[in-house]
Design a protein around this ligand. Sequence first.
Ligand SMILES: Cc1cc2nc3c(=O)[nH]c(=O)nc-3n(C[C@H](O)[C@H](O)[C@H](O)COP(=O)(O)O)c2cc1C
Ligand code: SF4
Length: 422
Amino acid sequence: MTVLPRVLAGVPATGAASLGDHVAAYGPRPVLDAHARRELVATVEQAGLRGRGGAGFPAAVKMYAVLRSGGEPIVVANGAEGEPASAKDRLLLAAVPHLVLDGAALAAEAIGAREAIVVVPDEDEIIDAVRAAIAERATARIDRVGLQVAAAPAATYLVGQETALIQYLAGGPAVPTASLHRPTERGLRRRPTLVQNVETLAHLALLARHGAGWFRLVGTAEEPGSALVTVSGDVAAPGVYEIALGTSAAAVIASAGGDVRRCRAVLMGGYFGAWIDRRLAAGLAVDDHDLRRHGAMLGTGVMVVLGTEACPVAETSRVVRYLADQSAGQCGPCSNGLPAISDAIDRLAGGIPYQGVGEDLERWCRIVRHRGACRHPDGVATFVSSALSVFAAEFADHARSGRCDACAAPPVLPIPHAVGAR
Ligand SMILES: Cc1cc2nc3c(=O)[nH]c(=O)nc-3n(C[C@H](O)[C@H](O)[C@H](O)COP(=O)(O)O)c2cc1C
Ligand code: SF4
């Protein structure tokens, strides 16, 4: 299996793949003896697998950290998918739950955990698919670890942040916590906790079958493998695509029926990501090496193509209001900075001219960075700064003359129902 799709190879036309379908598509789950358990972490390291939940952190580094911590570890498979423009984790959980469960069980065995909790959005179709898959596996007795499912509140941006998730699973509120200890040292129930995105675990499940060399057959030397991207906006066929890392953004957008040359800009990486001007996007590769040069990251793999009929100021104002409302308000940048940033952009989007708004916003973005207990304010600042730079003309126009004709266009960037706008 050297070509794509890899993780999406077993996605059925409708519903969830049964255990039989899963084995037919991907092959059986490897059985690990003591030697193979140790080897699996080394294989993940050699493969260069990085997390697909947002930060792109090397999976093996976290696995080694848990192994070093001693004690009785636990695995949390993070499928909360709080990013509104992302659909990849829901697709994996709803369509190929056994692949995620293989990954969770194999990761647990590799680090000596006896338990793995799969966190899913609180949506019936997904909960049912994962529960049914766990029941099938229990009947077939294919796992040595206990697998459980836990529902996280849907349409909530912060719940997927790892400390928020751990606190929520422990019965507390779904807001990030500041702790002296990393989850890999002391997390859920004070045990070393491996929190890994469900897509990361799906790749791990295939790596355990085919090895590091196979994993590296696609992607780049620095960023090997494939990744799931959710393409939406001004494209004919929005959806989740599996791409080799390093594929050109123009080709990914074209495969979704869009044309990067005709759009206004592309949002890369999600609501913590960055807008990229269409001229730059046309020559961009989808990997962190290239994206970082433009202040963006692969993040959750979100790519939103903004067409020329949309108003970037109105789009930015809706997303920033949503993100500001989602903050837990526990730290200064979230209780003071994000509301101020959001109010200023709302003012422009509402047609109230505001001279000097660019300088105010840039200053506030600088102030909120690195000051919160989690990266929420940093993500908002990255999103806003990129909007100010890519849409400088549109922001200046709104600051001078108020609303534009495109302000009334339907929203492109999705905002979950819980807070209104869609
Ligand atoms: C505000 C915020 C929200 C996040 N939401 C998610 C999420 O919904 N799903 C996810 O897998 N990771 C999310 N993350 C990243 C997690 O904290 C964590 O890094 C990730 O689950 C680790 O898995 P990975 O290394 O496999 O990517 C979020 C991070 C932040 C700062
Ligand atoms: S920075 Fe914001 S979102 Fe993060 S913990 Fe503090 S208040 Fe909560």
